[in-house]
Design a protein around this ligand. Sequence first.
Ligand SMILES: NC(=O)c1ccc[n+]([C@@H]2O[C@H](COP(=O)([O-])OP(=O)(O)OC[C@H]3O[C@@H](n4cnc5c(N)ncnc54)[C@H](O)[C@@H]3O)[C@@H](O)[C@H]2O)c1
Length: 335
Amino acid sequence: MSKLKIAVIGTGLVGTFHAEAFFRNPNSDLVAVCDVDKEKVNSVAQSFNCKAYEDFTKLINTETLDAISIATPEQIRIEPAVMSVKKGLKILLEKPLGRNLEKINELVNKIKDHNKIISVNFILHEDPRYKLMKEKVKNDEIGNIVSCFARRRGNRFGIEIYAPWTDLLSSTLIHDIQMTMSINKSKPVRVFAEAVIRECKEYDSHDAVMAIMKFDDGSLASFETSWVLPKNQPEPLDPALHVIGDKGSIIIEGSSMGLQMQTETNYMKPDIANWPTIDSKVDGCLKRGLDKFIEDCVFDQKPAVNLQAALEAERVVFAMKESIAKGIPIDINIS
Ligand SMILES: NC(=O)c1ccc[n+]([C@@H]2O[C@H](COP(=O)([O-])OP(=O)(O)OC[C@H]3O[C@@H](n4cnc5c(N)ncnc54)[C@H](O)[C@@H]3O)[C@@H](O)[C@H]2O)c1
């Protein structure tokens, strides 16, 4: 079997993990990486033994590829995605799909008829706890969902690093919104959200958000998210998902998966779930999601989250933003 020839556009935090995972995966051949930051891209290319480009147009037009992964900030999605579609490539898109609904709709309309896989990287689907939860819900082991509660509290690095160019709902809570939507048999019909707007006011976004969402079958989901916790809090990310059914419940808590470490100076609950470095290699559900993309491409499997499912989650995100701005519940019409 020939290896999947793949390249990565954007070699920041997450794109470097993409490059590493594709470099190590026995079914893929990392051909090239691309970033406008010359120093960064050269260093990643050297680490993972591939070519470096500073211009994605040049990369896509020069290399013979089977697939591409687009890990740029969400402001830069449409152009590389459309070019990749024209070249007939399989595509992994980082979430979210864009900075506003207009651009997201433009992206989706331009690429939705592509006849190759387009997968959107919602990594919780490869966390074994969420995976098992989805299976139990699907097999009717907790009955019909009555309510879900999702929490995703980050620390202040979020305000420092992410607030200047993205926002809490689009970058962070979208994972939980998409996950609750993926396990519910019906679609969301209404959301109401309130926000705390202090330090993020200068970015026209939110420090913290609480929201409630109603599904067509009458069930509810509530959400709490923020990025204001101290940087030295024991668990860098404090997530949860509680699913309550009429025959049982499933509770997922934390990203440390129960691991606690006490030294003479520190108490830590390190991330084991998302992208821990173990044995000097990226691990966790991000890495498993990237491996799944390669597997989906090689064995022609369906992605966990396709373009349509990602679009539906985006519509809820933007309904929440509208609810915060107007102070009223917003109806959602996802047919
Ligand atoms: N799936 C997940 O769990 C997950 C986790 C983290 C980030 N993300 C998403 O991934 C995206 C990137 O996030 P990040 O934290 O890696 O950001 P980052 O700022 O660390 O990296 C983005 C990189 O893209 C590069 N870039 C910008 N414009 C470019 C262009 N025109 N061509 C090539 N490279 C360009 C930048 O120089 C930078 O190196 C965001 O949309 C973010 O929401 C997803």
